[in-house]
Every structure is written in structure tokens, then in C-alpha cells.
Design a protein around this ligand. Structure first.
Ligand SMILES: Cc1cc2nc3c(=O)[nH]c(=O)nc-3n(C[C@H](O)[C@H](O)[C@H](O)COP(=O)(O)OP(=O)(O)OC[C@H]3O[C@@H](n4cnc5c(N)ncnc54)[C@H](O)[C@@H]3O)c2cc1C
Length: 380
């Protein structure tokens, strides 16, 4: 059996970017269970993938921020924008923050396809295990075996199994005694406890909120859903929420107590939100809808809870709905300059399989591409 220079496990965002930047002199095989490359990239961001953000700071990530810093230093947001510009991928800026593809994520996929065309691909092949003997790795898929001097694990997280996702990256790490944190769903909607079932009644409505969770403050849209709560604000909050309470300001841009002062209208009319939502919010904080001037001081105390509604979510919508998986190979196991395993020479981990998770807003693709680039330049 021939011995390749490198096998890349996973033809997703990070695996392809790594392949695209590896020295052309190397023999490279990219393996994926799917019949097509980059399935997750294709459907991301409604088919136009949110590739990065105007502002990319270590603070936008959950995990070891020193590792994030080191990786972003090697390949920053500007490097990614240059790479896309050089390859004529046209981007559009949404809400002044988020970079999306102007046409479709196919533009990026085509760039990665072209840049990896010299490599071999083994598609439709499910990876089963990886072993190492005398400096050579043997990769076993369900149908074949391959050998190589170096292996890059770019198998992503566990969310969206229908797009090829699996835990194989963690299984491989564990088989080499490399420490991992089990995957948990993140950037995901949250389910609610009985006391907040009223939120489910509002399914389909949305409003701008400010959420405080684990010392983070998130200003975004929240969506009431059939299963609980969702929308950008909640997805972002889910990255930092573990257990216990979070706090929502339903009226971040007004002071409700000032608004009701001396006002002759009904309280529900003064709250600048859809009527159905205003009425439910009033019920939730225990205020009967009435003319503002009839509010007692006790009512006003309760009304101010609209600025800090504290509650404990029950759980989350799970891996089938989660945009990413939190957890992965822990940073202590990896070199901060190459992402090579400290224990196993020639074995690298990149992308979502590493215990770094980005916020909503393009940070996960930025991490996938930056970590892939660092690794590609380190493979000797
Ligand atoms: C619906 C959705 C929308 C998203 N939108 C955005 C967005 O707009 N912006 C953003 O930054 N992030 C977004 N993300 C997250 C982003 O897609 C991922 O973080 C990113 O793709 C991770 O790249 P990766 O290369 O690590 O993993 P992936 O891109 O998931 O690639 C891993 C590859 O490994 C393959 N694989 C896994 N197990 C096996 C196995 N056993 N055998 C063979 N092959 C295997 C998979 O088939 C896959 O092709 C979104 C995710 C989802 C699910």
C-alpha cells in the first residue's frame, strides 16, 4: 500500500482549507463520508454562509482564548477577506457586521474545490478508526485502508448528522489517549420550564432584547418558538449558558417606568411591542393591564421586571437543531503554533473538533479557516 504524505479526515470547511494551503509537492488524500464536499458550508447562513465578521476578537469565542489568539494571529479576518478577494468571491455586509456571500456559498466551495483539485479524494467513505505504527498512520474506512505520514482530523462537530456529522474525531483522539471534552449542542434554541410556557404561546413573534448570561451581554433579536425560545439572541446566549438563570431585558431601548408616568393609555399600548406580546409580558410579571396612571407602586415594581426578567431555561433543542457543538480536543493537548498533538507526532486537529466555539456571526467559519491555515503551513 502506498504511503501518502497527508490524509485529511473530513472535506468540510477546515479540511478543504487545509488541503488548499498545503504545499503542492505533497501527496494528499481527503476523505469524507458524504458523496459531495462541504455539505454544511453549502447550507450555512441560508445558503449564503456568514463567513466572518467585521470585528473578530478572542472575546467572540468560548474556549482557551490564548489558543484562539495564536491561531488568529497566523490567519486573521483580514487574511480571510484577502483570500476570498483574491479568489473573486463577492461578499455583502449585513447589519454592518456580518460578511455573507453575495450569490451563494457555492462560490466559496468552488474556490476550495479548485485549490484542492490536485489532491485525491475518497468520498462516500465512512471513517472507522486510525492507528499508528512505526511513524506511519493507517486509516480504516468502512470500505478501504490508507496509509500516511501525517493525519489532519477535520471531522467537525456532532450537530446535523444528516450532513455527515459524527463524533469520530473525538473517538480517534480518545484512541490515542488525547483528552477531550464531550460535545454538547451550542448556538441552539432553548426549551423552557413550566413557568415560562407562556413563551411557547407566542410562537412566531420576535422582539429585540438584551440578554445577560454568564457575564456576557447580548443585544439581538429573540424569537418565540413552538418548542421554546430561539433567534440570534438566544442562539448566542446558548453558547455561554450552562445551567441556572439568564436575564432578559425585553425593552432595552426605553425606560418603561418613565413611559408610564402620567400616561393615560393602557400599559399594554405603551409597550412598543406587538399587542399579543405586550399582554403576555404583563401577565408574566404579574401586572393587570390597566391605565398607566392607575398603576400602584407595587405594579410599577413588577413592571420594571420587564427590564430584567430572570429565569432558568430547561435545556436546549439538541444536536439536530444546534449550529455547532461545544467541546472537543482540549487545548492543552495541542501545540499552539501548529495544532499538532503534543502526544502523537504527525497528528493534527483543526476546526470544530477542537474545543473552541465561536459566537453566532461568522466566527465558526473564521475559526475553521484560521485553524486550517495554521496547520497547513506547519505540516512538514
Ligand atoms: C445549519 C448550520 C448553519 C451554520 N451557519 C454558519 C454560519 O453562517 N457561519 C458560521 O461561521 N458557522 C456556521 N455554522 C457552523 C459551521 O458550519 C461549522 O462550524 C463549520 O462547518 C465547521 O467546519 P469543520 O471543517 O470543522 O466541520 P464540517 O464543515 O462539519 O466538516 C466535517 C466533515 O467531516 C465529515 N465527517 C464527519 N464524520 C465522518 C466520518 N465518520 N467519516 C467520514 N467523514 C466524516 C463530514 O461529512 C464533514 O464533511 C453553521 C452550522 C449549521 C449546522
Amino acid at each position: 500500500m502506498k504511503i501518502l504524505d497527508v490524509i485529511i479526515l473530513g472535506a468540510g470547511a477546515s479540511g478543504l482549507m487545509c488541503g488548499a494551503n498545503i504545499s503542492k509537492k505533497k501527496s494528499v488524500l481527503i476523505v469524507d463520508v458524504n458523496e459531495k464536499i462541504a455539505k454544511k458550508l453549502k447550507i450555512s447562513g441560508g445558503g449564503k454562509c456568514n463567513i466572518t465578521n467585521v470585528s473578530v476578537e478572542t472575546d467572540n469565542f468560548d474556549g482557551d482564548l490564548e489558543l484562539v489568539k495564536s491561531v488568529l494571529k497566523k490567519f486573521s479576518k483580514d487574511n480571510l477577506l484577502d483570500f476570498l478577494d483574491r479568489n473573486r468571491v463577492s461578499l455583502e455586509l449585513r447589519k454592518g457586521r456580518y460578511y455573507f456571500c453575495q450569490q451563494s456559498s457555492d462560490e466559496i466551495i468552488d474556490v476550495l474545490k479548485n485549490a484542492t483539485q490536485k489532491h485525491e479524494f475518497a468520498l462516500n467513505e465512512e471513517i472507522i478508526s486510525l492507528t499508528k505504527e512505526e511513524d506511519i498512520f493507517t486509516l480504516n474506512t468502512k470500505t478501504a485502508s490508507y496509509r500516511a505520514k501525517s493525519v489532519v482530523v477535520a471531522t467537525g462537530g456532532k450537530s446535523f448528522v444528516n450532513l455527515g456529522a459524527s463524533e469520530i474525531g473525538l473517538d480517534i483522539a480518545k484512541s490515542f489517549d488525547i483528552e477531550v471534552k464531550e460535545f454538547t449542542p451550542a448556538l441552539v434554541g432553548l426549551t423552557v420550564q413550566k413557568e415560562q410556557f407562556w413563551m411557547k404561546e407566542l410562537s412566531g413573534l420576535s422582539c429585540h432584547v438584551e440578554i445577560k448570561v454568564a457575564k456576557r451581554v447580548i443585544n439581538e433579536e429573540m424569537l418565540f418558538a413552538h418548542k421554546g425560545i430561539s433567534g440570534p439572541a438566544i442562539l448566542s446566549a446558548s453558547l455561554y449558558w450552562r445551567k441556572g438563570n439568564m436575564n432578559i431585558n425585553f425593552l432595552p431601548n426605553v425606560n418603561i417606568l418613565q413611559k408610564v408616568e402620567g400616561n393615560k393609555k393602557l400599559v399594554s399600548s405603551v409597550i412598543a411591542l406587538p399587542k399579543r406580546l405586550s399582554k403576555e409580558l404583563l401577565k408574566a410579571v404579574g401586572v393587570t393591564d390597566k391605565e398607566c396612571k392607575k398603576l400602584s407602586s407595587e405594579d410599577k415594581k413588577k413592571l420594571s421586571l420587564l427590564h430584567s426578567y430572570s429565569f432558568a431555561p430547561a435545556g436546549n433543542f439538541g444536536f439536530t437543531k444546534a449550529e455547532v457543538s461545544r467541546g472537543g480536543v482540549i487545548s492543552n493537548e495541542l501545540s499552539f503554533t501548529s495544532l499538532e498533538s503534543k502526544k502523537v507526532k504527525g497528528l493534527y486537529f483543526i476546526g470544530e473538533v477542537v474545543d473552541i466555539t465561536g459566537e453566532l456571526g461568522g466566527y465558526n467559519f473564521q475559526w475553521a479557516f484560521s485553524s486550517a491555515y495554521m496547520c497547513s503551513k506547519a505540516i512538514k
